[in-house]
Design a protein around this ligand. Structure first.
Ligand code: FES
Length: 205
């Protein structure tokens, strides 16, 4: 390979990393309350220096979240296994509203196993105030947008701009949505009162 070719390839490589850096930086800024076990959220140059098998391992590593940093009514967006990971700090009002619209839901009783057994409850959660779920629409995989404002006919939740699927604040899908099932809740556990670990639970640890 000529010196010119090598130089060109290096520039291309730097440019690619730069684009990734920009995206990752945005992600890190947006998720300052998040840490990752196994360096999943470590700086990009470190990740880039890994071998493919190390990168694959890091991509599947559990993600640690300090939920004490999430204000009531707010949502933290992180990443788990290449998908958006949402942690929502629900208010008492938002929790109460979860009982308001069962008749409008496709699977209000969580018959489809889209959540671990320990989240098969009204709030779909270990702790009622913290909802943990993957922000990937179960229709074609877009990431629904949050719409938390409570109105006369909306109890807060998410709307997928792609084809209009609607989900409540427990990730349960509304009837009439093209999405066939509720959003996925990954396995998780609390290591302390405020430290959430996503990707491992007491059964798998
Ligand atoms: S991907 Fe969400 S409605 Fe189609």
């Amino acid at each position: 390979m000529s010196a010119n070719q090598i130089d060109k390839n290096q520039k291309q490589d730097v440019s690619n990393h730069s684009a990734v850096d920009q995206e990752k930086r945005k992600f890190l800024i947006a998720t300052s309350a998040v840490g990752a076990v196994g360096a999943a959220a470590a700086a990009v140059p470190f990740v880039a220096s890994m071998t493919p098998s190390e990168r694959a391992k890091a991509a599947g590593a559990p993600v640690e979240v300090d939920v004490s940093k999430i204000l009531p009514g707010d949502m933290l967006v992180s990443e788990y296994r290449g998908q958006p990971l949402w942690v929502i700090h629900r208010t008492d009002e938002q929790i109460a509203k979860l009982s308001n619209h069962d008749a409008q839901l496709t699977d209000p009783n969580l018959e489809v196993p889209q959540q671990p057994e320990y989240c098969k409850n009204k709030e779909r959660a270990i702790k009622a105030k913290y909802a943990v779920m993957l922000g990937t629409c179960t229709h074609l995989g877009c990431s629904p947008a949050q719409n938390f404002a409570i109105t006369a006919d909306w109890d807060g939740g998410f709307i997928c701009a792609c084809h209009g699927s609607k989900f409540d604040l427990a990730g349960r899908v509304f009837k009439g949505s093209p999405a066939p099932t509720n959003l996925v809740i990954p396995k998780h556990q609390y290591l302390t009162e405020t430290t959430l670990l996503v990707g491992e639970d007491k059964e798998s640890a």
